[in-house]
Design a protein around this ligand. Structure first.
Ligand code: PLP
Length: 448
């Protein structure tokens, strides 16, 4: 037969057509979810390789599965590049996501019913460091408690300053003597006070983990605190938020002595299959980051500050104006002043979505005190890492702030705004700070 014939199977046709609509929406939208990013063409090429079909249980050179002669070389290179990027002696790249990376650390360094202290969910903490739900046994909002059976307590937090309350935290660590202290959060505007708190956590015998899921790219790009330098024992992360790699997780250790425990918890334990195509994608993403990461991270933060300022000037209550709004990729906007005209988080999120502006509703740290919950919270969270990857700069932040004003303040028809957004996106259809072709990617890897 000559030429390519697309199958007529109705399911395939349907999935393909839905994907076309999905791509059409996203290619014409302003992506502002703080936990998402875009992979480069080179990373995507690797993701559809045969590795997507394989298993490689065990460690490099010690597999308990055949067929991994070539994959061993890949995983070795991935770890080498990541260790170079984070200046760390040991990394395990087997966790398949950030949650699994956290579970690997909990498994390696705690026993059931040990006390863990972390940032609470209402003030920006992630579900993976949450307690067992009040409805006993439920997973809702509490991986650490529900899966690892940890007795979760909270690090005292200054709700209005959007950071840890140092004096109260020192007191709490000494009183409660946790076995595990975990820093890091999902609404992460300012660096955590590690210099002040890690020595106290160590003094009471705690293992310290820093959950860098959101800020992993900013750390590797040298634009945020460096937790390993500041004394954390381990660092966990998702590799697809400010670090623009494939969807995966890693655990980093500050010392080789911690390696065996982490390896044993990762397999056999938290993983069997470790998504080999994404291990390869991580090598490519790390090579890209070694080359472009610093410039990329700088621009992410410049854009976040510029967008904060532009929104603030247009009447949006962006939190912490006195602190420059943020020192990361994330902004938090208090939208309670639109409650009477538009509604709260859910309504504003939906209105923006119709206008092709994608940003999620989010709890404000003080929402709980004012009886608002996560279903319809008082805030919107915005991240600038993906729009930066698309090549946007500070002046484009003014355009985006104008779109927000049209939708939320002027209550313009979202469909009309969607057309303007789509026009604006025409200029931004390429991925920046990454390898355009796979050929370049492989060349770069060879010379690192
Ligand atoms: C996103 C996130 C994670 C992990 O998420 P995955 O989706 O499993 O990669 C863990 N911790 C924090 C603080 C996060 O924001």
């Amino acid at each position: 037969m000559c030429g390519i014939k697309l199958t007529n199977d109705p399911t395939f046709r349907k999935i393909r057509s839905i994907l076309e609509s999905h791509h059409e929406y996203w290619n014409n939208a302003i992506p502002l979810i703080a936990s998402e990013n875009l992979t480069s063409p080179a990373v995507r090429e690797v993701a559809i390789s045969d590795l997507a079909h394989r298993y490689a249980e065990g460690w490099i050179g010690e597999r308990v599965y055949p067929g991994n002669e070539y994959f061993d070389d890949i995983e070795e290179l991935t770890l080498k590049l990541l260790k170079q990027l984070y200046k760390a002696p040991f990394i395990d790249a087997r966790p398949i996501s950030g949650v699994v990376a956290n579970l690997t650390v909990y498994t390696a360094f705690t026993k059931a019913h040990d006390k863990m202290m972390a940032i609470s969910i209402p003030v920006g903490g992630h579900i993976s460091s949450g307690p067992l739900s009040a409805k006993s046994g439920s997973f809702i909002g509490g991986t650490a408690g529900a899966v690892s059976r940890l007795n979760v307590d909270y690090i005292p937090f200054d709700r209005y300053g959007l950071n840890i309350d140092i004096d109260a935290a020192i007191k709490a660590f000494r009183e409660k003597e946790p076995r595990l202290v975990q820093f890091g959060a999902s609404v992460f505007l300012f660096p955590h006070p590690l210099k002040e708190l890690i020595p106290v956590a160590h003094e009471v015998g705690a293992h310290v983990n820093y959950d860098a899921a959101h800020v992993a790219g900013l750390i590797a790009g040298k634009q945020f605190q460096d937790p390993l330098k500041e004394g954390t024992d381990t660092m966990t992360m998702s590799t697809h938020k400010t670090f623009p790699g494939p969807q995966k997780g890693i655990v980093i250790a500050s010392q080789d002595e911690l390696a065996e425990k982490i390896k044993a918890a990762a397999f056999p334990g938290m993983t069997s299959n470790h998504h080999l195509m994404h291990v390869a994608g991580l090598a490519v993403a790390a090579a890209e980051f070694l080359q472009f990461g610093e410039a990329y991270s700088k621009q992410i933060i410049l854009n976040a500050k510029a967008l904060g300022q532009a929104l603030y000037e247009r009447g949006f209550k962006v939190v912490c104006p006195d602190k420059g709004f943020t020192e990361s990729h994330t902004l938090l906007v208090d939208i309670t002043n639109f409650q009477d005209s538009i509604g709260l988080g859910a309504d504003v999120e939906q209105r923006l979505e119709k206008a092709h502006i994608v940003a999620n509703r989010n709890l404000l740290p003080w929402d709980i005190l004012e009886k608002r919950n996560y279903l319809n919270p008082g805030g919107i969270r915005i991240g600038t890492q993906e729009i930066t990857r698309l090549g946007m700069k500070e002046s484009d932040m003014i355009t985006i702030a104008e779109f927000f004003k049209s939708v939320v303040l002027d209550k313009k028809d979202p469909q009309t705004v969607a057309q303007e957004v789509s026009e604006f996106r025409k200029e931004f259809q390429k991925i920046h700070y990454g390898f355009e072709t796979s050929i370049k990617a492989y060349e770069y890897i060879k010379i690192v």
